[in-house]
Design a protein around this ligand. Structure first.
Ligand code: ZN
Length: 216
């Protein structure tokens, strides 16, 4: 079961990927996570990637493709995988097909921007103990104060509405060619993600069964 997950920041893609990964025993491969780990560890790859990330530039195709090539050759990918954050250019999608064995299905998660903004911009975190709240869906007992440790909650920079809006626009521009590529190949399935995570995950499982990727 070789899958690609596509969706804007804040859509909950990581949550869905984790659930499907656990359920079917295939690794969730996020190129963003790999790059963050390599940067944190100070490896040669990390140093290379960091130059681009710090300048706000896309990491060049050749670097990203090499990272994915190595990751997909690991034994845990034998049964399949979920790619997240890759491919993000047409060239990456083409190389994935021509040199890396291709995929069975690309799943596009979508929801109106306003829904994503409501979800993400209500998020508050405790800077001390890391507890996560939502002012509407999971509020703390006392306004903006952590239940566990009494610290004043904060909003992460990435969760601010104007940042969410900008990242959504960048996402649309970036992924449009990749989405079109999979749609034209008949490999794209679109799943509405403006609802509870359990419902979205159940829908993904239904699609995987319908496509014959899961035997039950
Ligand atoms: Zn706390």
């Amino acid at each position: 079961m070789r899958l690609v997950f596509i969706g804007p920041p804040g859509i909950g893609k990581g949550t869905y990927a984790k659930a499907i990964s656990q359920k079917f025993g295939i690794p969730h491969i996020s190129t963003g996570d790999i790059f963050r780990e390599e940067i944190a560890k100070g490896t040669e790859l990390g140093r290379k990637v960091r130059e681009y990330v710090e300048k706000g530039l896309l990491v060049p195709d050749e670097i990203v493709i090499e990272v994915v090539r190595q990751r997909l050759s690991q034994p845990d990918c034998a049964k399949g995988f979920i790619l997240d954050g890759f491919p993000r250019t047409l060239r990456q999608a083409e190389v994935l097909d021509s040199e890396l064995g291709g995929i069975d299905l690309a799943i596009l998660f979508y929801a109106p921007l306003e829904v994503i903004i409501e979800r993400v911009s209500g998020r508050r975190i405790c800077p001390k103990c890391g507890a996560i709240y939502h002012i509407k869906f999971m509020p703390p007992k006392n306004d903006e104060i952590c239940d566990r440790c009494g610290t004043k909650l904060i909003q992460r920079e990435d969760d601010k509405p104007e940042v969410v809006r900008r990242r959504y626009e960048v996402y649309l521009q970036t992924f449009e060619p990749v989405i079109r590529y999979y749609r034209e190949k008949g490999k794209l399935v679109e799943i509405f993600a403006g609802r509870r995570a359990e419902e979205v995950i159940a829908d993904v499982e239904r699609v995987l069964r319908e496509k014959g990727l899961v035997k039950e």
